[in-house]
Ligand binder design. Sequence first.
Ligand code: NAP
Length: 255
Amino acid sequence: MSRLQDKVCIITGAASGIGRGTAELFAEHGAALVLVDRNEPGLNEVCALLSGQGAPVVGVCGDVSQAATIQRAVATALERFGRIDVVFNNAGIMPHGDLMAVSEETWDEVMAVNVKAMFLMCQAVIPHMLKQGRGSIINTSSVMATLTEPGYDAYTTSKAAIIGLTKSIAVTYAEQNVRCNCICPGWVDTPLNRALAEEMGGVDKLYPIIKKQQPSGRMASTREIGYVVLFLASDEASAVTGSVVYADGGCSASI
Ligand code: NAP
């Protein structure tokens, strides 16, 4: 049960959804955790829950698109736990809006949170991983990086950029044993989608769309996505780098 025993892992967007589900799973598997999020109450709640279960965990509250937050997260990991083995770059936002309606400000925000934050984190942690002679970075992209619908121009562009960043880092550091992969979830049961359901007038409106797009006919749970991240984070995935791993209930295989 201890696939990450004593590994020091930074997870962003850990107060909610996929990040939180993955943090819970990593804790079960023996990881020491630095959890990063801008949602302070949510972050405090997950930190209290996991430390109550005996996990070594510390929270860093802040906006991941700001270099200062990333520097604090990295410094906290090094001060508290002495190393950084795994980074799960997962925080993201998905505002809806047609291309003509998206403001420059929203476009910049999506790129900053979804892409620039990953660049900042990778730039900050890779020197430490190189010194240690190993490291694993997992970035959250989306099935919408390659399959999309109108109204998500900024989101789709940002998620496609994450695939490029992932591959670029992977080929640069493969020989030095620093791996970088990304996951592409389909529909996942998180507050992000519950908010979307509410906007659409209830979950009943959303489910026919999910059934049509995702052959599994249901949303994945955050734990199911967490298991994919756990594999990529663990030494079991030592031959895996530069991969784009779909966890989408068959969505990307479907016509
Ligand atoms: P979620 O439940 O909204 O969780 C995301 C967390 O990240 C929230 O706590 C959020 O805080 C935080 N966050 C957002 N922007 C931040 C920032 N600038 N700095 C620090 N924290 C920030 O979303 P989720 O569904 O788990 O999504 C996680 C990732 O998976 C995202 O990258 C998303 O694009 C991706 N994804 C999700 C799905 C899906 O079906 N859910 C599918 C494919 C990909 P706030 O609550 O304050 O925003």
